[in-house]
Ligand binder design. Structure first.
Ligand code: URP
Ligand code: ZN
Ligand code: ZN
Length: 518
């Protein structure tokens, strides 16, 4: 392995998106007065002072520095800015390019109280570094902090070396697709090799867990049976195939003692696999996504093709009363978490490519702008969980998994000044006519959620205030995610040593054996 790696020359990374000027918007301190701070571990009344991009003070009756902007937070919750671990902005996929770029995606995020997200880089012709460079160029159009996961869609020594280069360049997570056969899917052997490399580099192996061979078989069979509409998407990818792949990924990860992150867990069965693995002591993280908590698969049976196709994503949205209930319970109890969106928006004209064949509908739904209020509605306003559970799910858990805590995901002195003022008594209504996404549909169309994001502050810049938005292109900032997140990696070496003990070769002495035989 080492010899082979030496033979593959290390390539360098190109980062072109750091047009961000740290002085932009940062001159004015902000004092948030009289609110209730909510962190994942506690909630308390306090003022919060922000300046030069950081939280400078948290406590009672803080004095406003000269020239500070003072915001009255009475009756409001002061939350760490939302962290969305799963987005796809301007991503080429299934013959289309997702419609939200980093400008519109960041605008939607800001209006919805998300101040940091991790987007998925797709390699260019399996080239990870080329994909990374392309994503950094796209990200330069945004205005928020972001991080990057990189998808691994093939396996070779080149890929292994490039993963190492990427970790040095600030990427600590790699996604492996167990589905999308013939496009992004990797074999079990490739997945295992990738997991082993992640373990070595201190990176987190992420999986899209569906049995890609069985999904392909199901798609062919369902289409051949005469079902051509969006409902065919749900029928061809049953929950059992997600549960099987989730269990398989968990066991493969266990075999190389690698932490595992399962993206977009959509079924009760897959969540049960993760719960069982955690009960065995395995380092696994299961990500819930908003659509799985709030929507029902019946959307794909809607008589209007555009409405039905808008809800097509993978794994499919399942039964709200069964899977949705189980996912919400798992999220508030900490079995699942973080909560992402898998924001991958397509226009109705793009989705129309599959009007006669559901297999051609680009997969993906929106959610970046809606995540916080619908999570509040489903998890807290419903009475299921606490405001602290909500903060853990929407912010802290992702910051920990990707090793940015307490810089992100926490309100404390020294953390980034990414803060949201949230009115729990307010409400938010959703429509494609008013949202910031470029998509002409919204899977939450016509719904109203309890809770309202009144202000969003990113790096100490007030960028969303009561309906007014500032998202200056060129002010995005790449935030490197360091390897070996202690939340997932600490103690693993000791486990490795324990396993190595049992693996010691047995010394067999030929003379002794001969003596025994005689
Ligand atoms: O349908 C989805 N989830 N689209 C985005 C790609 C992925 O699998 O995450
Ligand atoms: Zn996926
Ligand atoms: Zn995704």
């Amino acid at each position: 392995m080492w010899l082979a790696r030496a033979a593959v020359a290390r390539r360098s990374l190109t980062v072109t998106s750091l047009a961000y000027s740290p002085r932009f918007f940062l001159r004015q301190p902000i004092l948030l007065r009289g609110g209730t701070v909510v962190n994942a571990d506690q909630s308390f009344g306090a003022d919060v002072l922000l300046s030069d991009g950081l939280i400078r003070a948290v406590g009672p009756s803080l004095k406003a520095p000269k020239g500070a902007l003072v915001l009255d937070a009475t009756g409001q919750l002061v939350l760490p800015g939302g962290v969305d671990p799963h987005t796809h902005l301007e991503m080429p996929f299934m013959g289309a390019v997702s419609v939200d770029d980093f400008a519109s995606g960041h605008a939607a995020a800001l209006a919805g109280g998300t101040t940091f997200h991790l987007d998925f880089v797709l390699p260019v012709a399996h080239d990870l570094l080329a994909g990374y460079a392309a994503w950094q160029r796209k990200a330069s159009r945004g205005c928020l902090d972001y991080g990057l996961h990189v998808a691994v869609t093939s396996w070779s020594e080149r890929v292994a070396v490039d993963m190492e280069t990427l970790v040095q360049g600030g990427v600590n997570s790699f996604k492996f697709f167990m589905a999308y056969k013939g496009a992004l899917m990797v074999s079990d052997a490739e997945l295992l090799a990738g997991m082993r490399q992640c373990r070595k580099l201190g990176a987190l192996a992420m999986v899209h867990a569906e049995n890609g061979d069985a999904v392909e078989d199901g798609r062919t069979a369902v289409f051949a049976s005469g079902v051509t509409g969006p409902e065919g998407h749900a029928l061809s990818r049953p929950a059992a195939l997600e549960e099987e792949a989730t269990g398989r990924a968990i066991r493969l990860a266990a075999s190389v003692n690698a932490p595992l992150y399962v993206v977009h867990v959509m079924s009760a069965g897959a969540a049960a696999q993760l719960a069982a693995a955690r009960a065995r002591g395995q380092r696994v993280v299961g990500e819930a996504v908003l659509s799985g908590l709030v929507l029902d698969q019946s959307a794909m049976w809607h008589p209007n093709f555009t409405t039905a196709a808008a809800a097509v994503m993978s794994p499919p949205i399942r039964q709200l009363a069964v899977d949705g209930v189980a996912l919400k319970g798992a999220l508030v109890s900490g079995i699942l978490g973080p909560l992402g969106t898998d924001h991958c928006a397509f226009n109705s004209s793009q989705k129309a490519a599959g009007r006669a064949d559901f297999r051609l509908i680009p997969n993906g739904v929106n959610g970046l702008g809606e995540r916080l209020v619908f999570a509040w509605d489903a998890l807290v306003a419903s009475g299921l969980g606490t405001p602290m559970d909500f903060v853990r799910a929407t912010s802290t858990a992702a910051a920990q998994a990707f090793n940015l805590y307490p810089r992100k995901g926490h309100i404390a002195v020294g953390s980034d000044a990414d803060v949201v003022l949230f009115d729990p008594a307010g409400s938010t209504s959703v429509s494609a006519k008013t949202h910031f996404s470029k998509s002409d549909t919204n899977v939450y169309e016509g719904r109203t959620a309890q809770g309202r994001v009144t202000h969003t502050i990113s790096r100490g810049r007030l960028l969303w205030a009561d309906g007014a938005l500032v998202c200056q292109p060129g002010t995005a900032r790449f935030v490197p995610t360091p390897p070996f997140s202690p939340w997932l990696f600490s103690g693993l070496d000791a486990q490795d040593r324990g396993q190595a003990e049992g693996r010691r070769p047995v010394h067999r002495d030929a003379a002794h054996e001969l003596h025994e035989e005689l």
